[in-house]
Each structure stands twice: as structure tokens, then as C-alpha cells.
Ligand binder design. Structure first.
Ligand SMILES: NC(=O)c1ccc[n+]([C@@H]2O[C@H](COP(=O)([O-])OP(=O)(O)OC[C@H]3O[C@@H](n4cnc5c(N)ncnc54)[C@H](O)[C@@H]3O)[C@@H](O)[C@H]2O)c1
Ligand SMILES: O[C@H]1[C@H](O)[C@@H](O)[C@H](O)[C@@H](O)[C@H]1O
Length: 337
């Protein structure tokens, strides 16, 4: 391909608008040619100053717009399955924001559609894999210098949660990042989930079980603990410490700024993911564009999205029942190695 990749962006909310800004900005080799959002005023605002971008109220109409060669799915999770099946039917490479779909049955339908094509078209937006700190941790663990990983201690805090957030979404939407990161960092599957529920924070909306402590067991005998606290009120914090047989390594603090003034020192905490993971989103979309220009997809796969959905569902059951819940994946299609 010689010209810029023509991208349709579905959903012009927080993530969609941010991705629209980066395509043709920090990310070259692509241009937005169509945007779909039922809230067309929001879509118009997101493409202001970009003449020639077509705005649609309907996602499928955007996929069929002239010049569309790839699709970036940033609509709410309930709309992902339809968009991805339509992308597969049209042979369009897709970058889909996490989670792949809201549940494992729909995620499996997407995996099966892609497997039937016999080539990868879908990349899931697990951007931690493109974060410089996480990538360094992955290289260190893969090098074997610290020996076998025994545990991952993870913390994931948001200032506040969106109004539609439910207690199980703390796992399926937020902890989905740690589920993918743990599988990727360790190269192991998650085999069981237990969820502990401290008394909810007074800062959490009525009825929301926030925070939670989510424990994963893995196929290699490691244990992963995740503190998820989505209404912590003070900042966006994501940390991960790997404890191995010969040492430990922690990531997550490189973007904190220490401000010294008036006889004191103060660490400034980012307020949201768009700031904390700005570079990671850039690298993620750059990698997606490069692969899509070759008509394919790399990085986190639909299978990774499916595996995360199965683990999150087990997490939802563990949260409800207060019991350790085992995880069972379907057989992995050959396409995913
Ligand atoms: N990777 C990350 O760190 C990250 C961060 C935030 C959100 N997300 C994910 O991104 C997705 C979008 O989240 P958001 O925070 O931008 O939501 P949002 O509510 O801010 O925006 C979603 C937009 O999609 C539109 N929409 C609704 N149905 C649609 C459809 N069928 N087709 C096209 N557009 C449709 C809505 O009108 C809205 O403007 C979700 O899957 C979410 O989990 C990922
Ligand atoms: O959708 C968002 C997004 O995935 C963020 O990266 C995560 O920190 C939030 O908890 C989640 O609600």
C-alpha cells in the first residue's frame, strides 16, 4: 500500500476522539475517512477541522463508506461483536478497544469468525503491552535473569468510575488489563479466580463493590493479586511488581513527576489513562496501522480477548459466590498458535 490507510472509527467518545486525534497526528501512515456514532454531534465535534471525513449515525454504514480499509472500534463493549463480525465479513483489519465483547460466548463467536477466515484481522486494545515500562518488565522476565516468576502484585486505581459501572465490571472492564498483562508477562494461562471484597469505600457509588482484591492462580503455579479500586478519588495509578526466585522488579511509577516547592516535595499523580498511557496508545495504534497496511493484524489477538472474557466471567462468579472459581477455555484454534 502506498497511500495512507483509510480508517473508519466507530464511537467518538473518550477513546474514539483520542484515537481520531492520534491518527494523522502522532501516528502517521493512516487517515480517518469515516466516523460513526449515534450521537452524530459528538462525531462532528471529534472531526472538526478535518474536511472530508464522513460522519454516520450507523456503524455499518461507516464500514461501507468510500476509502475505508480498516476499522478502529471504540464504541461501548455491547456494540463490539456486531462491528467485528462485519469487519471480518468485509476483510477489514480491526483494532478493537477492550474488552473484546461483554462475555465469553460472544467473544468465542468473534474468534470463530476470524478462525474461519484463516488469517488474523483483529487486534485487541490491551495497550499495556505497548507501554515502555511493561515492555521492559516483559523483556526482563523473558531473559530469565530473575529466575522463575512466583507472584505478580498489581494495583489498578481510577479517580472515579463511569455511571454505568457495575461490581462485575471492575473485573470485566478494568481488571481485564491485568488479566491480559499477567497472561502475556508470564506466558501462562489463568486457571482459577478468587475475589475478596473489603467493605466498600464511602467514595464509591451506592451498591458498587469497590474496591476488590482479585486473586488469580496460573498454569505455571504463580499467583497474581490485583487491587482494583475505581473510585479512589485521588489519581490514576497502575503498578505491577513481579517477584521472582532471584529478585523482584516493579513498574508503574516512571510517569510520576516530583514537584519541589515551598519547602516540600510533592509527587503528581496522573488523573486518567489518557495521560498515563498516552505513549502506549500511540505505539499500539502505530503497530496496528503498520500491520493493517499489510492486510493483517498482530499484537493481542481475538483469542487473548476471549481468554480475558472467560477469566473475567469466572471472576464475576467468584465475586457473587465468594468462592474460588476455576477457569476453562475452549480449544485454541490453530490460527492463534
Ligand atoms: N484501553 C483503555 O484504556 C480504555 C479506556 C477507556 C475506555 N476503553 C474502552 O473503549 C470503549 C469505549 O469507551 P469510552 O470510554 O470511549 O466510551 P464513551 O461512552 O465515552 O464513548 C462511546 C461512544 O460510542 C457511541 N456509540 C454507542 N453505540 C455505538 C455504536 N453501535 N456504534 C458506534 N458508536 C456507538 C456513543 O454514543 C459514545 O459517543 C469501551 O470498550 C471501553 O471499555 C478503553
Ligand atoms: O475502560 C477503562 C479503561 O480500560 C482503563 O484503562 C481502566 O483503567 C479503567 O478501569 C476502565 O474503566
Amino acid at each position: 500500500m502506498s497511500g495512507a490507510l483509510g480508517v473508519a472509527v466507530l464511537g467518538a467518545g473518550h477513546m474514539g476522539a483520542d484515537h481520531i486525534r492520534r491518527i494523522g497526528g502522532t501516528v502517521g501512515g493512516a487517515r480517518v475517512v469515516a466516523v460513526a456514532d449515534p450521537d452524530t454531534a459528538r462525531a462532528e465535534a471529534a472531526v472538526a477541522g478535518r474536511p472530508g471525513v464522513r460522519v454516520h449515525g450507523d456503524a455499518l454504514a461507516a464500514l461501507d463508506a468510500p476509502g475505508v480499509e480498516a476499522v478502529l472500534v471504540a464504541s461501548p463493549e455491547a456494540a463490539h461483536e456486531e462491528a467485528l463480525l462485519a469487519a471480518c465479513a468485509r476483510g477489514l483489519p480491526a483494532l478493537c478497544e477492550k474488552p473484546l465483547t461483554p462475555g465469553s460466548a460472544s467473544a468465542l463467536r468473534v474468534v470463530e469468525a476470524e478462525a474461519r477466515l484463516g488469517r488474523r484481522l483483529i487486534q485487541v486494545g490491551f495497550m499495556r503491552r505497548y507501554d515502555a515500562e511493561y515492555a521492559a518488565l516483559k523483556s526482563l522476565l523473558d531473559s530469565g535473569r530473575l529466575g522463575r516468576p512466583l507472584m505478580l502484585h498489581c494495583r489498578h486505581r481510577n479517580v472515579s468510575s463511569p455511571p454505568h459501572f457495575t461490581s462485575s465490571m471492575l473485573i470485566s472492564s478494568s481488571v481485564s488489563h491485568e488479566i491480559d498483562a499477567a497472561r502475556w508477562l508470564l506466558g501462562q494461562e489463568i486457571t482459577a479466580v478468587t475475589v475478596l471484597r473489603p467493605a466498600p469505600s464511602s467514595g464509591a457509588p451506592e451498591g458498587l463493590l469497590d474496591p476488590q482484591l482479585v486473586l488469580f492462580e496460573t498454569s505455571g503455579g504463580a499467583v497474581v493479586d490485583v487491587e482494583i479500586f475505581v473510585n479512589c478519588g485521588f489519581g490514576y495509578e497502575v503498578r505491577c511488581e513481579a517477584v521472582c526466585e532471584h529478585g523482584s522488579a516493579q513498574v508503574g511509577d516512571a510517569r510520576a513527576m516530583v514537584v519541589r516547592s515551598a519547602g516540600g516535595a510533592r509527587e503528581e499523580v496522573p488523573q486518567d489513562y489518557l495521560v498515563r498511557f498516552a505513549d502506549a496508545y500511540d505505539r499500539e495504534v502505530r503497530a496496528w496501522v503498520a500491520a493493517a497496511r499489510r492486510g493483517r493484524a498482530e499484537g493481542p489477538s481475538a483469542w487473548d480477548g476471549y481468554a480475558a472474557a472467560v477469566v473475567a466471567e469466572a471472576g464475576g462468579a467468584a465475586l457473587r459466590d465468594g468462592r474460588r472459581t476455576e477457569v476453562a477455555l475452549e480449544r485454541r484454534p490453530a490460527l492463534y498458535g
